[in-house]
Design a protein around this ligand. Structure first.
Ligand SMILES: *[C@@H]1O[C@H](CO)[C@@H](O)[C@H](O)[C@H]1NC(C)=O
Ligand SMILES: *[C@@H]1O[C@H](CO)[C@@H](O)[C@H](O)[C@H]1NC(C)=O
Length: 253
């Protein structure tokens, strides 16, 4: 029962491995969340707002990877947010840490096996659209998967149909209904002025992009750029979850 480490993680996982993690969690908590939230950099505070929390340290969860980045905690927090049962990842896994894409997205299949139907993904990203201001929130409406262009896709390798199809359609990865709800809510809360909607581009990192690279990405139609989120969204969509994302962004799984 060795937890995946960056060095030993160059492989995909079996259904039974994900299930072992899920079954362990199901045995340790009575909570049955339908919503999972991945808290991006600096956004882990959301997990602290949950009521009736059950907290697991990543290192205690069988087969769960552990986060190596400062500013990212390593806790899975079950609880309820405004009466809605959810599970929050306080700290996520990144490709630049040395994890392969299967490991980066490992928790998403565990969530699926827990019965989660909606995944909300948040991150802190760099705006490259000239009309954006520092501190804006962008709802992700689509993405550009740069590591995918280079062959790094979490769905590469053996496909287990119990999770989803070999060739999943990904053109509607970011649920329209949830984005509409987010915009409606932003309006009601007076956040309209800083809520944007755009295309997120994932780069592998850990270096930030050069000025020349930013220009290229702008020309490709990206509005924001970051080093996460896309692997989790692909795996969520693959298993039929609805994803919703903003930097600080949501996806429905
Ligand atoms: C807290 O969680 C437990 C199960 O872990 C549940 O039995 C209890 O009803 C919950 N309490 C509240 C106030 O939600
Ligand atoms: C930038 O954002 C604005 C407003 O959201 C949008 O109309 C525009 O197409 C985006 N892209 C560029 C390259 O300006």
């Amino acid at each position: 029962m060795e937890a995946p480490s960056a060095a030993s993680a160059q492989r995909s996982y079996t259904y039974e491995e994900y299930k072992e993690t899920a079954d362990w969690l199901l045995a340790k908590t009575k909570q049955r969340p339908k919503v999972a939230i991945i808290c991006g950099s600096g956004l882990g505070g959301l997990a602290d707002l949950l009521d009736n929390k059950t907290v697991f340290d990543y290192k205690d969860i069988p087969r769960f990877p552990t986060s190596t980045v400062a500013g990212h905690g390593g806790h899975l927090v079950f609880g309820s947010l405004q009466g809605c049962e959810c599970v929050c990842m306080k700290g996520r896994f990144h490709f630049y840490e040395g994890y392969d894409m299967h490991t980066v997205a490992y928790p998403v299949r565990v969530f699926f096996l827990l019965g989660v139907k909606t995944l909300i993904v948040t991150n802190a990203a760099g705006g490259i659209n000239d009309t954006y201001n520092v501190g804006d929130i962008m709802l992700i409406k689509d993405h550009i998967n740069m590591p995918g262009f280079a062959g790094h896709n979490p769905l590469c390798g053996h496909n287990d149909e119990r999770f989803g199809p070999r060739f999943p359609c990904i053109s509607d990865a970011y649920d329209c209904e949830l984005r509409t709800l987010a915009k409606k809510t932003a309006k009601e809360e007076g956040c309209n002025d800083f809520l944007k909607e755009g295309v997120y581009c994932m780069l592998a990192g850990p270096t930030y992009e050069t000025i020349a690279e930013c220009r290229v990405l702008q020309q490709l139609g990206a509005d924001a750029v970051g080093m996460s989120t896309v692997p989790e969204v692909l795996v969520a969509r693959h298993c039929g979850c609805v994803s919703w994302v903003c930097p600080s962004s949501p996806i429905r799984l």
